[in-house]
Design a protein around this ligand. Structure first.
Ligand SMILES: C[S@@+](CC[C@H](N)C(=O)[O-])C[C@H]1O[C@@H](n2cnc3c(N)ncnc32)[C@H](O)[C@@H]1O
Length: 489
């Protein structure tokens, strides 16, 4: 579409300008109007020079989305979200309002680095099997539903990223969450308190559920600029991390170089050697001037070999797909780095869930779960627990109101996956090679997807099943996030 007619719903990443993607910068620079929450408009500073800015405070989301759509007549508009627009942000409302105004076709959702992935990268966390993402804000979702989701995720031993953990007025919900973990005998579970991630006042602290219950000072630290990552199966933590290291693990995003962050771009340009799988090297081929070296050897050894080779040269990058914290093999390097000098720096990226969600609209704007490797024996029943295992767990998660994202699907697991989701009637999509030239997207309903994908090879595919209260319009999935109970619009 010509720029004049575009409404960009832009994710600006967690805070620092260098965590914005090239596409986000391009969208804002190309816009005549910038609409957003005051805090986010302040963060993007100089980028808004010469543009008409319409900013407002918290709680005025509907108004901002309406204004953005109205402005479209007069020129391109950027509607700003912190982090990623699908994660508790403006993608749903932006699409909904554009659809009411008859301009759905004009919307481009620009994915960004969401704050839990940024926090995980800063702390050396990698999720290897699953992670649940839950907001404790009960302004738009009834508390009983949120509590049920926490209970389900905690009893399944999933790592959980908690957004909106506490505000001045919402101060008891976190205590309830801690109690659920204590009642499950999980007081020893590690918790990362990540405050103002990738902003100048960033503070990261590790503690445990038990400590957090006892320590009022720690609880006092937690506010609306904080997220928590509660540990669970498949989550690893550690590594010799160093901001100034000459060895960088870089999340290259979904494939299109425009989804690289500014930081990644700078590091790649300065790297003398860049190691990675051919597919990731393709993303950076026209950007980097250093040597591009394809990983080789047995799969398990490749990352370690690249790291050992990188140690002998100055300024190097090792590429992983998407974001390093989400189902990548960055953990192999982090593991190795513990025994070695120099350490490594991790550069966050746009994970597949953000990229796919943006392409199909707004399927994730409420709580969701990322899953990987269902075929590899993960998601067994936790010892002595009544929680479902394997594909049955997907039904439980969907019944509890989670949206679902399954990474690394393959042809052999598609039939079982289809069976698990088919009894629900929700919008969903199977996406392959998103943002690459051979992208394929199938948007459908869970009850019909199986017929549409017969014979699909499943390779490099991600399945998204949208949350409840979602619908399909013009091949876009739009999820309502409960604003209708707060406003009439
Ligand atoms: C309305 S949600 C927006 C989330 C955003 N769309 C994203 O993808 O990160 C706001 C919540 O996100 C979390 N958050 C956003 N940016 C953060 C940061 N830089 N550091 C820590 N938490 C952050 C906090 O839990 C905060 O209360």
């Amino acid at each position: 579409l010509p720029l004049e007619n575009k409404l960009f719903v832009v994710g600006i990443g967690p805070g620092a300008l260098d965590q914005m993607t090239c596409r986000a910068v391009e969208a804002i620079e190309g816009s005549k109007f910038v609409v957003g929450h005051r805090t986010y408009i302040d963060m993007i500073g100089d980028l808004t020079k010469g543009k008409q800015i319409i900013s407002s405070n918290m709680g005025r989301e509907v108004e901002r989305a309406k204004i953005a759509v109205e402005m479209l007549d007069k020129g391109p508009v950027s509607l700003i979200s912190g982090g990623d627009p699908n994660v508790y942000a403006m993608a749903g409302l932006g699409l909904e309002m554009a659809s009411k105004g008859g301009s759905l076709e004009s919307v481009e959702v620009v994915p960004g680095v969401t704050s839990f992935a940024a926090g995980a990268c800063r702390a050396g966390i990698t999720f290897r099997e699953t992670v649940a993402v839950i907001s404790l804000s009960d302004l738009l979702t009834p508390w009983s539903e949120i509590e049920h989701r926490v209970q389900l995720a905690a009893s399944s031993l999933m790592p959980v990223a908690i957004y909106n953990p506490k505000s001045r007025r919402r101060n008891w919900q976190l205590d309830r969450v801690l109690k659920i973990y204590q009642e499950l005998g999980r007081a020893d579970t590690e918790v990362l308190i990540a405050k103002n991630v990738m902003r100048s006042c960033e503070k990261l602290q590790w503690t445990t559920i038990g400590e957090l219950v006892k320590c009022a000072d720690l609880i006092d630290e937690i506010d609306m600029f904080t997220l928590l990552i509660i540990g669970g199966r498949g989550m690893t933590r550690g590594g010799n991390l160093s901001d100034s290291s000459s060895i960088n693990i870089i999340g290259v995003g979904p494939g299109d170089p425009r989804h690289l962050t500014n930081e990644a771009l700078g590091l790649l340009k300065r790297s003398q050697k860049i190691f990675g799988a051919e597919r990731y090297l393709d993303t950076v081929r026209n950007i980097a001037s250093g040597d591009l070296i394809s990983h080789n050897g047995p799969f398990n050894e490749r990352m370690k070999k690249s790291y050992l080779a990188a140690k002998n040269c100055s300024n190097t990058s090792i590429l992983v797909g998407g974001d390093p914290s989400v189902f990548s093999s960055a953990w192999r390097i982090l593991d190795e780095s513990i025994r070695c000098d120099p350490g490594v720096h991790i550069s966050a990226g746009v994970s597949a869930f953000s990229a796919v969600a943006a392409r199909i609209g707004a399927p994730l704007v409420s709580d969701f779960v990322l899953l990987s490797g269902l075929k590899n024996g993960n998601f067994e029943r936790p010892a002595g627990s009544a929680v479902s295992a394997g594909y049955d767990m997907i039904s439980d998660l969907m019944s509890a109101g989670f949206a679902i994202v399954v990474y690394n699907t393959n042809a052999s697991e598609l039939p079982e996956l289809m069976e698990a989701i088919s009894s629900f009637d929700r919008p969903c999509a199977l996406a392959q090679d998103v943002s690459r030239s051979d992208e394929s997207l199938i948007v459908s309903r869970t009850s019909e997807l199986e017929t549409l994908i017969r014979g699909h090879n499943g390779m490099r595919s991600t399945l998204i099943v949208a949350g409840p209260k979602s619908y399909i319009k013009n091949d876009k999935i739009i999820t309502q996030r409960g604003y209708e109970s707060k406003y009439s619009y």
